[in-house]
Design a protein. Structure first.
Length: 320
């Protein structure tokens, strides 16, 4: 279903609804960004779940851990630690839900689900401009499949892809700290054990933003959000305007974010963001930050592409 804009008396211009796809990155405030677009500005609605990981499930249907199975078990799929407002304006029927979560997982079913979600929002006179998929794993979908997904979605939606990035060292530090979830019976035995995994990840598979950027910017309209600058500093208004211009929608309010300002172990305990304020288990010390920085080529690559580093990047943070 298309939305319409009336111009004068006889002219009607039909516009496709927006489809906003997030490509991560985890531990960079993707949840505050999701809340910003869905709860605070009512721009796009993600439906049952922030991260269904549905597209990844199409490619890897047999997995030990599957978010779609969690949705099935929870019926309507809402994580108990999310803001309760994400349940607002959900009008999908049980039949719609079953059709989405029942194997086999296919691109046709993915598109049908979001088209149905959009229809329900319009049928109930909601103000949203479209729908969204905030699955971080979208970052790593194979390039050929990404082209196919965007091409198919574009038949019905105006597709826009977002990537939110954070200082790479601090992002990885939070990822390692959150390796064992706050509700897990397994937790870090010592700071030494924690730091060993931190070094292991640096050596083998920490996220390189440019693997994501160089792929997705070829495929469709793509926008990089700098986390620190959307929430802090004298470039905050500019960063918000960049996002608004990209989305063709005035983003008025930015949701609170426990990672920015970065308070380390003393992160504020914001509602709906427990994954943030429980992630950092140990202090990222200045000497450790400086020790590992030469191992992160992303800083030099960022300067080569964009001219300079964003706010707070490449420097230890003073947590005092």
């Amino acid at each position: 279903m298309l939305s319409s804009i009336h111009i004068e008396r006889s002219t009607i211009i039909y516009m496709k609804p927006k489809f906003v796809m997030s490509t991560g990155t985890g531990w960079s405030a993707t949840t505050p960004l999701w809340y910003t677009l869905q709860v605070d500005n009512q721009f796009v609605h993600s439906g049952l779940e922030k991260e269904s990981k549905y597209l990844d499930s199409i490619l890897r249907p047999i997995k030990k851990y599957n978010v779609i199975e969690k949705i099935r078990l929870r019926n309507k799929g809402f994580h108990k630690d999310r803001l309760p407002q994400v349940k607002n304006d959900l009008f999908l029927t049980q039949e719609d839900i079953i059709a989405f979560i029942k194997p086999p997982f296919t691109l046709d079913k993915y598109i049908t689900y979001y088209r149905r979600l959009w229809e329900t929002l319009q049928e109930n006179d909601c103000s949203y401009q479209g729908v969204s998929d905030f699955s971080n794993v979208n970052a790593w979908l194979p390039e050929k499949f990404c082209y196919e997904v965007v091409e198919r979605l574009s038949e019905y939606f105006d597709v826009k892809v977002l990537l939110i990035v954070r200082d790479p060292i601090r992002r990885l530090w939070s990822e390692i700290g959150g390796y064992w979830s706050w509700y897990s019976t397994r937790q870090w035995k010592s700071e030494e054990e924690h730091n060993q995994l931190f070094f292991d990840f640096i050596q083998r598979d920490h996220i390189n933003y440019f693997d994501i950027i160089e792929k997705w910017e070829k495929i469709c309209p793509f926008h990089v959000i700098i986390m620190e600058q959307l929430w802090e500093g004298d470039k905050q208004d500019k960063e918000k305007k960049r996002l608004s211009d990209f989305l063709d929608y005035d983003i008025e309010k930015i949701h609170e974010n426990a990672y920015s300002p970065d308070r380390g172990l003393n992160a504020p305990q914001y509602l709906g963001l427990i994954d943030q304020w429980t992630s950092d288990k140990y202090l990222l010390r200045e000497e450790l930050y400086n020790q590992v920085k030469p191992l992160f080529s992303v800083y030099d690559k960022w300067i080569d592409k964009y001219g300079s580093l964003p706010l707070y990047w490449g420097k230890p943070y003073n947590y005092e």
